[in-house]
Design a protein around this ligand. Sequence first.
Ligand code: SAM
Length: 192
Amino acid sequence: MTTKTRSPISVCPWWLGPFLASPLRRLVEPPEPLLRPFVRPGMTVVEPGCGMGYFTIPLARLVGPAGRVYAIDVQPRMINGLVRRARRAGMLDRISTAVVQPGESTTQSVPPGAADLAVVIHMLHEVPDQAALLRALHQAVKPGGELLVVEPNGHVSADGFAASLGLAAEAGFRRSTRDVSGRALGALLVRA
Ligand SMILES: C[S@@+](CC[C@H](N)C(=O)[O-])C[C@H]1O[C@@H](n2cnc3c(N)ncnc32)[C@H](O)[C@@H]1O
């Protein structure tokens, strides 16, 4: 199958960042129950599409002082918001941030094979070339490492999600036997 590069898709506007990072979101989508089954102390985690850090800061807490989170976004304002929040939370020293430009490899700030886990939450549908992102994540994740993908139900169709998982398989990820509980559009994959 050939790699399809879709027409440009708009990214989440930066001014929505504070709403996405708001503590009120915990009422509908608390981050810890989603992340905790997959994150252990000392892990290295890569998170493209981190926004203003709604999942990044809990990830930094879960990996602990010996762990690291590589948080990556295309919008500098999202990263600026994340840095402010992470500093306030006392987690900034566990987080490496990077802004990627269109055309650059999303994971260029991550040493190849360094990540135990990649976390891609509510961002894959914004990426015009999902195949390229998934290949970059395959390079960043160590053999046997995992990729957690969650997409917004309703905003993304079941067929669209299945197509993304097909691209992940082409990139070299296979479906894990472990479930992502409570998520219609959630999957745990393993770097084969
Ligand atoms: C809907 S927001 C979700 C943010 C965060 N994951 C959350 O759930 O709060 C999607 C984020 O992905 C970022 N994004 C979109 N395309 C990207 C790409 N190719 N590489 C990195 N980040 C991207 C956007 O700038 C935005 O911050």
